[in-house]
Design a binder for this molecule. Sequence first.
Ligand SMILES: *Cc1c(COP(=O)(O)O)cnc(C)c1O
Length: 393
Amino acid sequence: MTDVCATEAAYSSGVYAKHPIALVRGEGARLWDLEGREYLDCMAGHGVANLGHAHPLVAAAIAEQAQRLITCHEAFCNDQRSALLQRLGSLVPGLDRVYLCNSGTEAVEAAIKFARLTTGRAGIVAAMRGFHGRTLGALSATWNKHYREPFEPLVPGFRHFPYNNAAALEQAMDEETAAVILEIVQGEGGVHLGTPEFLQAAQDLCRRRGVLLIIDEVQTGFGRTGKLLAIEHTGLTPDLLCVAKSLAGGIPMGAVLMGPAVAAQPAGTHGSTFGGNPLACAAALATLEVMARDDLPGQAARKGRYLLEQLRAIDSPAVREVRGLGLMIGIELRHKVAKSLQAMLERGVIALPAGLTVLRLLPPLVITDEQLERVLTVLREVLAGTLPDADDA
Ligand SMILES: *Cc1c(COP(=O)(O)O)cnc(C)c1O
């Protein structure tokens, strides 16, 4: 057999920084590499594997649907899609229309287009430290210069304001503003929680000025924060709600839920070849069923509370702050995060960064209590052992 990682290095585009580890199998929160070494997954593919890996019900739904019908353009109806549209359209009272696509950035892209078409205005206001994807429209809403600058000029009409600052949001809005786009917890930006007062004020401002509110729940959705959707912590009802990542249990899928202010969009104004394909719809239906049956949001709430409490009790000079909601947790370090992540990996735990100094944990929501203890043991060891290097501080 060829060396898997050497071949990837030789042939892949190069846009990903890769660990030289080939993961080939998973079960629940566990992963195995080619050599049979076991890892505990606290990354879940950036928050995709909320149900854990190779969930038997999702695998069965995919296998069964694959033998019946894999593709069916939305020019025709389909039983799986019909069931999923109804399911997603019933998740949030008032948001009863749904656009299906294939990724988070596509969901954001669609929401921006729907907002522009509905209002006849072009302006989009987004938050500093926000992340909304990497296609050019979504990238224009994303804050991090590192993602944006190489690709300028971006789409005109986008402005950014400091997150959690309602007065600054009001200043950033004008006559041309079509929509405001926000995360409830900023994920890629470092696991920063929106305050309830700010989020409510943002919605009030939007309503008062006839501006649409887009909430991006691509990372926070489907149990991650301890509720099925993070808006349930806030009482917000956005006009457009973007989801993706864990929606279809690992099969690529995104969706936009739409409220009455957006209503139905005119035929032909937007679309996607793969959007709403029966395979992804069947996977999503199975995922949502497991999520409800096993109360995964409740599990995330309980496990997340415990994890936060235990992490906050770690007495380490390396830790500046521990933040989180449910099983979306960030440990802000006093030094760069790369070496700590590497030390965890060497001890068999996969975690991920959120920016340069935040160690982020996004484990599958099915992670067991025993596995959480193992993660905590490794973190205590790694955080006790890491002091800032001179060039790192
Ligand atoms: C991951 C993410 C996206 C982009 O999703 P992709 O599927 O990678 O395109 C958008 N918004 C948020 C909040 C995300 O976390």
